[in-house]
Design a protein around this ligand. Sequence first.
Ligand SMILES: [Fe+2]
Length: 311
Amino acid sequence: MKSTKYLAIDKNIITKGISLDFSIFTLSSDKQMNCFKENGVCFTSNDKVIIDSINVLYVEEQQHEEYKKFYQTFLNTQDELKNIKLDNKPSVIYEHASNVLNDLFSNPETLSNYDSSKEVVNEMIETILSDNFTIKSLMDIATHDYYTHTHSINVSIYALSLGSYMGMQPETLSELGESALLHDLGKSKIDSAIITKNGALTDREFHEIKKHPELGYRLGLKLGIKNNNVLDGIRHHHEKMDGTGYPSKLKGTQIPLFARIIGVCDIFDALTSRRTYKEAMTTFDAIKLMKLKMNNHVDVKLLDKMIRMFQ
Ligand SMILES: [Fe+2]
């Protein structure tokens, strides 16, 4: 039996009295998808209270087109994000990013999807540079169940926050955000059975997965990316400081800065995300593990900056 796929949506679209052309689902604590509201049925003020307490709402993949049409209208009526209360803005951006990344990973060679991903980066930067932004506000709404596309968004958020903390200019942040968002794009070219496998990989599977930085780099070239910083971040995010990483076994500062930043953020998000075979670590435990056990792999100076950023 083919299992139904569900995609995260922006819960800000739900208002009291609204009825939608698609059904809304929630994920229970035992990881079951439950229908929260059938299509065509009105949302009550009580529903709204419940929804406010839920992190993520979902639609079935086959109804995603209806959602996207509705969402576009929603965005237009909100004057393209500008009038949304700042409190809600990070979650709107997160869900927008999630939709764009779904499309990009499904069709990684389509230029319009790549262009949309650049818009997402700009929205993230605008939010991160705004006065009211705290890293915690975006971390609170980040989806901590691991999917390649949500992982890419989380890594971009951490990388941009770290870059901003390090005093990078908006233009550099824009390049860093793009590189981080696309860092795992090469995984779209690898057998999804390997990408989504639960638990340990065989040697052959690991050999396959190790191709993704190079595949991502080639996709980047195909999409017309010319900026070497962006390309380097994609190609070298799995290099390790002691030279045991891949694909080029680069050592220390031979590893380009963007790749070192993405590398730290990549590991941090992997540790703090929940997988079917492991629970999510807390920020504190993840940082402690990286500091004690991975100091030959990650750039410790960048890790120290990340620790100060979280304080
Ligand atoms: Fe990767």
